[in-house]
Design a protein around this ligand. Structure first.
Ligand SMILES: [Zn+2]
Length: 428
């Protein structure tokens, strides 16, 4: 592997609060120097990155790659390549595959596919319960041995409070988070969008915000009871943000994520029965978006995660009631962050990188998230000023289900480096 010297970029590393013009030298897969005016030695690939930002590679702790089971929507390889194109160097893939990733062999398969893909790193989640049936705990010790970094039944909530308590206690032994999709199912009652004026107008069954708030409250109570680490997936309501803020004030071990779409869109997007606006949790109201932005700004919400959920074209072409939940997000996340959150005065550039790299690494105990000397060279280079228009036909993902078609975004990934190797370079 040839050493790489990234020359003259704006180097941002939130952990040591570094933000300055400097060169970054990568040798043998690791960062070996970050300082001004590094001289290029023999055989070094020198890249002029002036005008660009050089930052620790982005980390997404919530993606759905559909292998095994629905390879027509995404495979581990296409998902990893989509991640790399979005500036992500590591992602954590949810276990709601078919069959469910709830045993050692299933985890081993994902690890093998990820290694063969040789692109962004893919760290599997294991299921909390066998078959994600919500009944019997999976064998956490064996799953962790095989390589899982967290546990979740995402796609479904953990309905049983007893099972959640046991899961938090058991996972605590290994020091890894339990991630929950917070939805009180009797209240959600098979709704298909947010319960509010738009669902009334469209005649669609709504999911009230309270369905999320109730389970978020339960989960932080159980985290407090057990001392375990609860990670709350895709927080979407003002009420949930308030509950998490109070729990953090009390010292409960809770971390939380928010998606780019919940930070930028509301239930109005469902007008016209737009199935690319159908997700779970659903897009909410202006007041929720404002609360999520404030929660992200003040650290109540730790990190941004995409909930990248590929679906085949035909599935999303069904009626709104019948179409599956979810949208893809890996290739639009950074552009949305720069355009909407920095452009909207919510975050600074270093704050955005903190929420998309440093904090995900910290919450999930992953390497990366920093450009520290000797660390693995997982790096993103992006142009913070470039604007571009979303054209799904150019996505590396196998799927096209995005509500952002034709949106103009700011911030374009130029190069993604994983372990010292360039895995994505923008075609010019
Ligand atoms: Zn979910």
């Amino acid at each position: 592997m040839k050493p790489i010297l990234l020359k003259g970029g704006r180097v941002i590393d939130p952990a040591p609060q570094l933000d300055q013009t400097a060169d970054v030298l990568i040798e043998d897969g690791r960062i070996t120097a970050v300082e001004p005016n590094i001289a290029a030695g023999d055989g070094v690939e020198t890249v002029d990155v002036s005008g660009m930002v050089v930052a620790p590679g982005l980390i997404d702790v919530h993606v759905h790659f559909r292998e095994p089971g629905k390879e027509e929507a995404e495979t581990v390889a296409t998902g990893a390549q989509s991640a790399a194109a979005g500036g992500f160097t590591s992602v954590c893939s949810m276990p709601n595959t078919q069959p469910v990733t709830d045993n050692q062999a299933a985890v081993g398969f994902i690890v093998k596919q990820a290694s063969a893909a040789n692109s962004a790193r893919v760290f599997p989640y294991g299921a909390i319960s066998v078959g994600q049936n919500g009944e019997q705990l999976a064998e956490f010790a064996r799953l962790i041995e095989a390589g899982v970094v967290a546990l979740s039944d995402d796609g479904h909530p953990v309905v049983s409070s007893h099972l959640m308590r046991t899961a938090l206690e058991y996972a605590q032994v290994f020091g890894i988070p339990i991630a929950n999709h917070c939805e009180e199912l009797t209240l959600a009652d098979r709704g298909t969008m947010h319960e509010g004026v738009v669902s009334t107008r469209l005649g669609l069954k709504g999911i009230p915000a309270a369905a999320e708030d109730i389970m978020v409250a339960r989960d932080v109570i159980l985290a407090e009871l057990t001392g375990g680490h609860i990670h709350l997936c895709h927080v979407s309501t003002k009420g949930a943000v308030d509950i998490i803020r109070r729990a953090k004030d009390k010292g409960v071990r809770v971390t939380a994520e928010v998606t780019p779409h919940h930070l930028t869109l509301t239930h109005e997007e469902c007008e016209g029965y737009n199935t690319n606006a159908k997700m779970n949790p659903p897009l909410r109201e202006e007041a929720d978006v404002a609360a999520l932005r404030e929660g992200l700004r003040d650290g109540t919400i730790d990190l941004i995660a995409t909930d990248h959920a590929p679906h085949h074209y035909e599935a999303k072409e069904r009626d709104f009631d019948e179409a599956p939940f979810g949208i893809i997000g890996l290739e639009t996340a950074l552009g949305l962050g720069v355009h909407e959150l920095i452009g909207g005065g919510v975050l600074s550039l270093p704050d955005l990188i903190r929420r998309m790299s440093t904090e995900p690494a910290r919450a999930f105990h992953l390497e990366g998230g920093t450009l520290g000397k000797g660390k693995p060279a997982d790096v993103v280079v992006f142009d913070p000023d470039a604007t571009w228009t979303v054209d799904p036909s150019r996505f590396y993902s196998k799927s096209r289900n995005t509500p952002y078609t034709d949106h103009t975004l700011t911030g374009r990934v130029e190069r993604t480096i994983v372990g010292g190797r360039t895995v994505y370079e923008r075609a010019t």
